[in-house]
Design a protein around this ligand. Structure first.
Ligand code: OGA
Ligand code: NI
Length: 364
């Protein structure tokens, strides 16, 4: 049943199967080098009391909201959004239908097995390097926009209960609209016009939207591995619906790892590499990772809001000056995302690599 399958360098093993086998140890493939393990001592002064900022979005057009969003994007690259306008009932329904998917028998899930050509479907790894150390998680990845990539026939169809396809469509429509409001606040917070960032993305119509539902099964040796290795998100911005019961997401802050304590019904929003590039690093995409645990599985739904994928993106001219030269050379998102799709999650190495080639930049 589990073969090398369309384009993966070695047989695909579902982490859920490993977890449900009841084995007391994890295979070597999932054991991280010591420095990457959850308990590795990290330099820096962040304390457990310090959490990512919470931003109230009940008046999204207010200058005070733009200031709060902008400050969080500059200082942390992450914040929790409350009063965001997406109904809590829809959040629960979205979690529910996807929990339902991961509870299906393996042969049902396997019908949706993905390949590295598009990544769309049921997957268990990111990157195609043979022999890579893998993460302790399965996922489902799907495209919502642009229209030519939207194909709910590729999404699971699972009666009975609330329909997964309809729910996912409704959920992604609502969250994409929230991303539009956040783009406006981020743009105003830069001192630019309200639609400046959205225009740079190729307009709301051109923007890409995709969803990655992450499923982290229980792990017998959580101290040796990670559910998702340290990475920054390659796209524009990410809106994450974290698990309502189980923590696991950690954000890098001054060299230390800060565990996020999700506010009920909030979203966790973070800046991706493309917004870091457009803002010439005024807003920062920050490394994050996911811990797993022995007691409970964890589910999260990440919606990625991306620029039109064929536009070369570079810092906005108004954010470049002799004092602050352009840090990044132009690249399309199509080209950019090949890196993570081939190599898997690698901290901030990709966005940093753009610096080395920046034209006339004070790159470091
Ligand atoms: C991601 C991500 C965090 C989480 O999907 O890019 O960082 O908590 N997910 O699952
Ligand atoms: Ni991420």
């Amino acid at each position: 049943m589990e073969g090398a399958g369309a384009g993966w360098p070695e047989p695909v093993v579902r982490v859920q199967s490993l977890s449900e086998s009841g084995a007391a140890t994890i295979p070597e493939r999932y054991v991280k080098p010591e420095a990457e393990r959850p308990a590795a001592a990290a330099a820096g002064g962040a304390t457990a009391a310090e959490g990512i900022p919470v931003v109230d979005l009940s008046s999204p057009g207010d200058p005070a909201t733009a200031r709060a969003v902008s400050e969080a994007c500059r200082e942390w690259g992450f914040f929790q959004a409350v009063n965001h306008g997406v109904p809590p009932e829809l959040l629960r329904r979205a979690r529910g239908v996807w929990r339902g998917f991961f509870r299906q028998p393996m042969e049902v899930k396997q019908r949706y097995a993905n390949s590295p050509a598009t990544y769309e479907g049921y997957g268990s790894r990111l990157g195609v390097e043979k022999g890579a150390v893998l993460d302790w998680g399965d996922y489902y990845f799907l495209h919502v926009r642009p229209p030519h990539l939207f194909d709910p026939d590729n999404w699971p169809h699972l009666p009975p209960g609330p329909d997964l396809r309809e729910t996912t469509e409704e959920y992604s429509r609502e969250v994409a609209a929230l991303c539009g409001r956040l783009m406006t606040a981020m743009s105003v917070g830069l001192g630019a016009g309200p639609s400046r960032l959205q225009e740079a993305f190729g307009g709301a119509e051109g923007a890409g939207v995709c969803v990655r539902v992450n499923y982290y099964p229980r792990c017998p040796q959580p101290e040796l591995t990670l559910g998702l290795s340290s990475h920054s998100d390659p796209g524009g911005m990410t809106v994450l619906l974290a698990d309502d019961r189980v923590r696991g997401l950690q954000v890098r802050r001054r060299g230390a790892w800060v565990t996020v304590d999700p506010v009920p019904d909030a979203f966790i929003v973070n800046v991706g590499d493309q917004i870091q590039v457009l803002t010439n690093a005024t807003y920062r995409s920050v490394e994050h990772r996911v811990m797993v645990n022995a007691a409970e599985e964890r589910l999260s739904v990440a919606l990625f809001y991306n620029p039109r994928s064929d536009l070369p993106l570079a810092p906005l001219p108004e954010l470049v000056s002799p004092e602050r030269p352009s840090l990044y050379s132009p690249m399309t998102f199509d080209e950019y995302r090949l890196f993570i799709r081939r190599k898997g999650p690698r901290g901030k190495t990709q966005v940093d690599s753009l610096k080395a080639t920046a034209v006339g930049g004070a790159a470091t």
